[in-house]
Design a protein around this ligand. Structure first.
Ligand SMILES: Nc1ncnc2c1ncn2[C@@H]1O[C@H](COP(=O)(O)OP(=O)(O)O)[C@@H](O)[C@H]1O
Ligand SMILES: [Mg+2]
Length: 391
């Protein structure tokens, strides 16, 4: 029986061998500078602390919060002392409940859906709420090696002293196992099939053997894994059935109604705008409604009133893209306009999102513009702005 290995919690970047802080060390941020994008557990630290303080329900081993409090963190709510928890995910409550519950079982969680349905977002917030740390992350690509999931070696130490615990560089998954935390794997299906299969032993036996040392890391209670995958990805590696059995799959849907999508876009735009110090825009909501309407109609291939069939462009036109079109529009309005979001501020962004394939998509867009946008009541300014950037 191989001996269990203690977790290594040192950060390899800051670990001893790094030079003293000379002011040019890019691994340290400038004094007093704020992170461009703080991790969820930092950005929402106050909400998480309030939840932890008022949460008297049972918590699974090593969880920071009870499953109920994790769901409240994601879906939003008001605590007994009046603390308002902002909604992170806007969608069916049941989806969040199933996802959270899965993490308390011996099955891992697979979040599946088309691009822009908040898979990454939900995974980050789940890890932050359950483990207080969303950074144990493996980004899946076609080039992800086995070491990124298992462990690697510090070659200087390996050559100097041979294989030893000191020379071993644990992967985020290994650290999560040893510390009873939530690991995340992004874009699981982009990872080559044989590398994906590394996860089978980890998820079924809950152990990670280190044959070079005759040891293993046994997952402690509290460990689980959240993977995300796009079901739109073509030409990527499907999950093997052996691996799929280790996961509970939760499909994240596109927002069901235009109102829900407008709600998501305006909330996120507001948050992003504040983090970029953009001045708050008062009347953006009408423009947001138009962006969402255009995206939904083109995505669904039919106008909202159901009367006109449309061709769909090649891009996905997700909620995430609507968010970025509106955010860019607000930045334009703030820096070059009068601060109010207008058609002219979103037109170029919409064009860029819709016309991915310059030939085919342009035809689709022109047709939509001339047959739908032009005829619509109250959309004259929008039609003009779009014409201007499309010319
Ligand atoms: N239902 C939703 N609720 C809250 N935010 C959403 C929703 N759908 C999309 N978003 C937003 O879209 C953005 C992109 O989502 P992301 O997690 O990157 O998508 P995915 O990983 O599915 O491609 C995030 O900023 C997220 O806030
Ligand atoms: Mg993603």
């Amino acid at each position: 029986m191989p001996a269990s290995v203690e977790p290594t919690t040192v950060d390899p970047i800051r670990n001893g061998s790094a030079p003293a802080n000379t002011g040019t060390d890019a691994t340290r941020s400038a004094p007093g500078a704020k992170a461009l994008r703080p991790h969820a557990e930092d950005a929402f630290a106050a909400e998480l602390a309030a939840l932890a303080a008022q949460d008297d329900r049972p918590r699974p081993a090593r969880w920071r919060l009870s499953p109920w409090a994790v769901a409240t963190y994601l879906l939003g709510g008001t605590l007994p002392d009046g603390t308002v928890i902002t909604p992170k995910y806007v969608g069916p409550r049941r989806i969040v409940e199933v996802a959270v519950t899965t993490l308390a079982t011996d099955r891992a969680l697979l979040l599946l859906g088309v691009p822009g349905t908040a898979k990454t977002w939900v995974s980050e917030h789940l890890a932050a709420a359950v483990s207080g740390d969303s950074t144990l992350l493996v980004q899946g690509t076609a080039g992800t090696p086995e070491e990124a999931i298992r462990y690697g070696w510090n070659y200087a130490r390996l050559l100097a002293h041979g294989p030893s615990r000191d020379a071993l560089v644990p992967s985020p998954v290994m650290r999560a196992m040893a510390e009873g935390m939530t690991a995340r794997v992004e874009e699981l299906t982009r990872i080559p099939a044989d590398v994906q299969d590394t996860l089978i032993t980890i998820l079924s036996e809950k152990t990670l053997p280190i044959p070079e040392l005759g040891q293993e890391v046994q997952a402690v209670r509290g460990f689980n894994l959240i993977a995300t995958a796009n079901d739109r990805d073509r030409g990527v590696n499907d999950l093997s059935s052996a691996l799929r059995r280790r996961f509970n799959t939760v499909v994240l849907p596109l927002p069901e109604t235009p109102e829900a999508e407008v709600d998501i876009v305006s909330r996120r735009v507001d948050q992003i705008g504040r983090s970029l110090d953009l001045p708050a825009a008062p009347d953006g909501i009408d423009e947001i409604r138009r962006v969402v309407t255009v995206f939904r109609e083109l995505r669904d291939g039919v106008t909202t009133d159901g009367r006109t069939k449309l061709k769909s462009p090649s891009g996905t036109l997700s909620t995430a893209e609507a968010i970025s079109v509106v955010t860019n529009g607000l930045a334009l309005a703030a820096h070059f306009g009068d601060g109010v979001l207008r058609a002219g501020d979103v037109a170029a962004g919409i064009l860029g999102a819709v016309v991915r394939d310059p030939a085919a998509d342009r035809v689709v867009w022109q047709e939509y513009l001339e047959t739908v946008v032009r005829e619509r009541d109250g959309w004259k300014d929008f039609y003009r702005a779009c014409r201007e950037v499309s010319a």
